[in-house]
Design a protein around this ligand. Structure first.
Ligand code: UD1
Length: 376
């Protein structure tokens, strides 16, 4: 069975699934495929090290490009790999919503290989987001839809997916958080950076909707500068954001703003250690909305919508929308201790990967009586 990972947010989703598969080798025979959508040390290799994922079995090395270029390169490279595989995998497992997720789904399904989608059913209902297109296409083609939050099941039912193909398994990314949190905290990253205990803001921003338009980016930079005047701001800068800050001539004003500290992209543990210790997180990432909800850290999401509504209803997330002015009063609420407290989310318990593997074995493993293809 192939397990596909391509970009940074995929690695913490495949890690626990691989670990469970490896702990009790059964009929699934996992083979890790890295598409190479992300390739820098800080965007890929550090995650493999932090999360103890072995070298990928297959590396497609596709790299960056426009959406059409990147998607078509992954599609062609993965199809070629599948055509050369003997025997072909019994199924392909894809995770999340990046271009690699959709492209590998297309390649597999066209060759008659069933696809299982981990994190199925999330919908922002905003097709201007490239990830939304990836989600809709992947779920329309997938055979087994493994759902991480309650809205996912509702969305898939509404789209007419038969009940027997939908399984609520919970959140595999929270499995990784639960197992890595002690090591992440032990690194003592805030102290190493000279940050006051629980008195700083952790920022991650990379979505095209925030960074690609120079006017919007200038407003974001101004808001971060103002925030830095109130409490320290730590911002590991995604390569896309770095590129856009430079192109808009905003990099030096942000990096010299009092209280603002720009960093290179961080590894998983360093990032988690900072997030867990922060007073407040400001983000446009999907995964960070989930991680902060589990950690109980207030999260302000700089987007008009979220495909992860449970982070708002039960977690710590507030979707700020387009109006950057809404950030300041929300920061006031957090600093005054008036921000709401989270409640537990079903299936975000550190055991989602076990449920994923059980579902995969039931559907593709041929049951316990079938000899493992690894033995042949
Ligand atoms: C991708 C995902 C997004 C995810 C994000 C996490 C899609 C459509 N988007 O966005 O959902 O939240 O990853 O990081 O799949 N670059 C590097 N080094 C790398 C990778 C990228 O420098 O290792 C630079 C390149 O200039 C590239 C740009 O970042 O053009 C954007 O990378 P890309 O993978 O196209 O999209 P992301 O913005 O990272």
């Amino acid at each position: 069975m192939d397990l596909v990972a391509g970009a940074r947010p995929n690695f913490m989703k495949v890690a626990p699934v691989l670990r469970v598969m490896g702990a009790s080798p059964g009929p699934l025979c996992p083979r890790l495929v890295h598409t190479g959508q992300h390739y820098d040390e800080g965007m890929s290799a550090v995650f493999f090290r932090d999360l103890g994922i072995g070298e990928p079995d297959v590396h497609l090395g596709v790299g960056s490009g426009t959406h059409g270029q990147q998607t078509s390169r992954i599609l062609a490279a993965y199809e070629e790999h599948l055509l050369g595989s003997s025997p072909r995998p019994a199924a392909v497992v894809v995770v999340g919503d990046v271009n690699s997720t959709m492209a590998c789904t297309l390649a597999a399904v066209k060759l008659g290989i069933p696809v299982a989608h981990v994190e199925a059913g999330l919908r922002s209902f905003d097709r201007a987001m490239p990830e939304e297109v990836n989600r809709v296409v992947t779920d329309a083609l997938a055979d087994l839809l493994l759902v991480s939050e309650p809205a996912g099941e509702e969305n898939l039912r509404r789209e007419g997916i038969p009940e027997g193909r939908i399984r609520y398994v919970g959140n595999v990314m929270i499995d990784t958080l639960v197992s890595e949190l002690p090591a992440a905290c032990a690194l003592g990253v805030p102290a190493r950076l000279g940050l006051p205990a629980a008195g700083f803001v952790y920022v991650t921003l990379h979505r095209p909707s925030n960074v690609d338009d120079p006017v919007r980016l200038a407003r974001v930079v101004e808001m971060l500068g103002n925030l830095g005047g109130r409490l320290p701001v730590v911002f590991p800068v995604h390569p896309r954001t770095r590129e856009r800050l430079r192109a808009a001539g905003l990099e030096s004003s942000l990096s010299t703003a009092p209280g603002v500290r720009l960093l290179e992209p961080l590894g998983y543990r360093e990032s988690l250690g900072l997030m867990a210790a922060s007073r407040l997180v400001l983000t446009d990432s999907g995964g960070v909305q989930e991680e902060t909800s589990h950690l109980g850290v207030p999260c302000l999401t700089l987007r008009p919508n979220t495909e992860r509504p449970v982070t708002v209803s039960l977690g710590t997330n507030t979707v700020v929308g387009e109006e950057i002015e809404r950030v300041e009063p929300l920061v006031d609420e957090v600093l005054a201790g008036r921000y709401r407290k989270p409640q537990p989310i079903p299936g975000w318990d550190g055991h989602a990967a076990e449920r994923v593997v059980t579902a995969l074995v039931e559907r593709y493993g041929g049951g316990p009586a079938t000899p493992s293809p690894c033995d042949s």
